[in-house]
Write a protein that binds this ligand. Structure first.
Ligand SMILES: [Zn+2]
Length: 235
């Protein structure tokens, strides 16, 4: 089971770790800062630095049961179990994912419709909405997103037990997604005063960190479905 350091601190760029297992194309560590693909957010890329200073390129990260698997080339040199490594993510790419992912939570709050899909990307991110009879206006959504970003709302994860959830029906009403039940507790992402929903992704800690954004285009994906694409205006 891999210890998931990014869950508590999404700003960690590197950590020391020990190799738990290694087979062609797949390396598992005892702990990691690499976020595994999931919840619409891509897996991290980066490097594992070996004791002799050489590096193994990590091309993607995925979850496999309770393990986090660092994906490398099939012919990459493999470290032996027990070897100490430095795990370093491609921070520039991950930080864009964090800004984008937090921005999609704002988009959920701005467009009061059911979400049918979504994808975070470093260059472009999107949410698909079931809009019913509603008409979406690109400029209005852009303005509302930038207003919420400038208002600099704090963003933080918050764990809640199934019992607390049952005891607070108001909380469920403020969420745009029904929380998963059954495991005893649920990780929520709260943008204070704006959005609250179950989410396991990595986020910035204040909305101002997202920087200016724009709705690139709204695609028609069927009678009731619209795809809203968002881009970061600043690198
Ligand atoms: Zn999320």
């Amino acid at each position: 089971m891999t210890e998931e350091l990014f869950r508590e601190d999404s700003y960690l760029r590197e950590c020391s770790a020990e190799v738990a297992s290694a087979e062609p194309g797949r390396i598992v560590l005892d702990r990691t800062v690499f976020y595994p693909r999931g919840g619409g957010q891509p897996g991290d890329t980066g490097t594992l630095v070996l004791p002799d200073g050489s590096g193994i390129d990590i091309l993607d990260t995925v979850k496999d049961g309770s393990d986090i698997v660092h994906i490398c080339a099939e012919n990459a040199r493999l470290p032996a179990p027990g070897v100490a490594v430095e795990a370093r993510i491609d921070w520039a790419r991950r930080y864009r994912h964090m800004r984008m992912h937090t921005c999609l939570h704002l988009l959920c709050a701005v467009v009061p419709c059911g979400v049918t899909g979504g994808q975070v990307g470093a260059e472009r991110s999107r949410l698909d909405f079931d809009i019913g009879e509603m008409v979406l206006d690109k400029d209005h959504i852009t303005a509302e997103l930038n207003r919420l970003i400038e208002e600099d709302h704090p963003v933080a994860p918050r764990w809640i037990t199934d019992q607390e959830l049952d005891a607070s029906p108001d909380l469920v009403r403020t969420m745009s997604v029904e929380p998963p039940r059954g495991t005893g507790r649920v990780r929520l992402l709260e943008v204070a005063g704006v959005d609250l929903q179950p989410c396991g992704g990595t986020h910035v800690s204040r909305t101002s960190e997202i920087g200016p954004v724009a709705v690139a285009k709204i695609e028609n994906k069927g009678k009731r479905n619209r795809r809203v694409n968002v881009v970061l205006v600043e690198n």
